[in-house]
Design a protein. Structure first.
Length: 133
C-alpha cells in the first residue's frame, strides 16, 4: 500500500478543518435568516438540521479514518460498528424528527444541506487555489 505524502496529508487535514468550520459558521446566520423570513419554528428546524449535518460530517470523517486504518490491517468488528452505527443513529434521529416533531420538515432538510454547501465552498476554494499555482 502506498503511503500518502506528508504535503498531501496536510492539505487534506486543512480541508477537513475548513469544511467543519464552514458548516458550524453557516448554521447560525442561516437559521437567523430562516427565522426572519419564516418564523422561529423554521429557525429551530434549520438549526437542528445544521447540527445534525455537523455531527454527520464528523462521523463521515471518523468512518474514512477507520477505513484507511482498516486497509493496513485486518478489519475488526469494532471498525464495522464505527461505520454503520452512526448511520443507523442518524436515520433513527431523522425518523423521530420527521414523524414526531413539531419542527418543519423543510427546515430540517434545509439545515442538513449546510453540509453540502460547506463541501461545495471548499471545492471552489481548492479549484481557485490550484488555478493560482
Amino acid at each position: 500500500m502506498n503511503e500518502v505524502p506528508q504535503a498531501e496529508r496536510e492539505l487534506l487535514a486543512g480541508a477537513e478543518r475548513r469544511v467543519g468550520r464552514l458548516i458550524l459558521g453557516l448554521i447560525l446566520p442561516c437559521a437567523l435568516a430562516a427565522g426572519w423570513q419564516w418564523g422561529g419554528g423554521m429557525a429551530a428546524a434549520f438549526a437542528l438540521g445544521g447540527v445534525l449535518a455537523y455531527i454527520n460530517y464528523r462521523w463521515i470523517v471518523a468512518v474514512v479514518d477507520t477505513l484507511m486504518k482498516a486497509q493496513q490491517s485486518r478489519v475488526s468488528r469494532r471498525a464495522y460498528a464505527k461505520i454503520f452505527l452512526p448511520l443507523a443513529l442518524l436515520a433513527v434521529a431523522l425518523y423521530v424528527i420527521l414523524t414526531r416533531s413539531w419542527l418543519s420538515v423543510a427546515g430540517v432538510f434545509a439545515g442538513l444541506s449546510v453540509l453540502v454547501v460547506g463541501v461545495l465552498v471548499e471545492l471552489l476554494y481548492q479549484i481557485a487555489r490550484a488555478a493560482r499555482e
